[in-house]
Design a protein. Structure first.
Length: 256
């Protein structure tokens, strides 16, 4: 989370025209039919951290249809915004962070395993690439994945790993509409519908706990809405107020 990243993230959120959150449809993260073998989120996670973060940021920036980025930015802009690079002002030569962004943009523009092109790019002579973003398709109804704008403006997206971000979006869907003092048990069935493997889930939760964005407790709860059998189980809470009131740490937290 560099000085430049902080400035660029603040400017990006203001430029987006959004007031409080980014809303993503349920089907972006949760399977909707028995035939689904992936979700948009699971496929983006499989592409890696940089494509996932760039895509979510592009969605944040393209609020209105046709979801086009009218302000053309070079690849090193995205590298500096997401903290992958801090260019020397006296000799601003893009390096490895910009190369990672170039690969991520190419991956997002190519068809993924489900044939989805997450972005399309048009080369504008003398200016660079103009980007149009494919927002997640699906029914526009509750529940939503609501991402607070402070995820960007306070730099939290820059210090999360791909797995922490994947788990965070899943938790925001499962806990949709609940205040900070209302938790929920996330069963193996819930995780299966989110297509999050047990190892990814546990490591992602550990990172989010270290960042103080999630907390866990043990309570007597039913395993699902069809059961009346109350047992002691892990219950998860989101620390939304902490995320909104605090800046992210300067460095990522990596839990093994």
């Amino acid at each position: 989370m560099t000085v430049t990243a902080k400035k660029l993230l603040d400017e990006a959120v203001k430029r987006s025209g959004r007031r409080s959150t980014v809303q993503l449809v349920e089907g972006f993260a949760r399977v909707q039919s028995r035939d689904d073998t992936s979700t948009g989120l699971s496929r983006l996670f499989g592409m890696g951290e940089v494509p996932l973060k760039i895509y979510l940021t592009l969605v944040m920036l393209t609020r209105k249809s046709p979801h086009v980025m009218y302000k053309i930015a070079p690849d090193h802009y995205w590298a500096e915004l997401l903290g992958y690079e801090e260019l020397n002002e006296a000799d601003p030569i893009p390096g490895s962070g910009t190369r990672r962004v170039k690969r991520a943009m190419a991956a997002l523009a190519a068809a993924d395993a489900a044939g989805v092109h997450w972005i399309s790019r048009e080369k504008i002579r003398g200016r660079g690439w103009q980007i149009e973003v494919t927002h997640p398709p699906g029914e526009h109804r509750a529940p939503w994945i609501t991402l607070p704008l402070e995820l960007w403006s306070h730099g939290w997206i820059n210090v999360m790993s791909a797995r922490a971000l994947y788990v965070y979006l899943g938790l925001r869907l499962v806990l949709a509409g609940r205040p900070d003092d209302h938790g929920v048990h996330v069963s193996s069935w819930d995780r299966d519908r989110l297509l999050i493997k047990d190892d990814t889930w546990q490591r992602g939760v550990n990172e989010l706990k270290e960042l103080k964005l999630v907390r866990c407790d043990v309570a007597r709860v039913a395993v699902d809405r069809w059961s009346a059998d109350l047992r002691k189980r892990q219950v998860y809470f989101l620390n939304n107020l902490y995320l909104k009131d605090n800046e992210s740490p300067l460095e990522p937290v990596t839990k093994k």
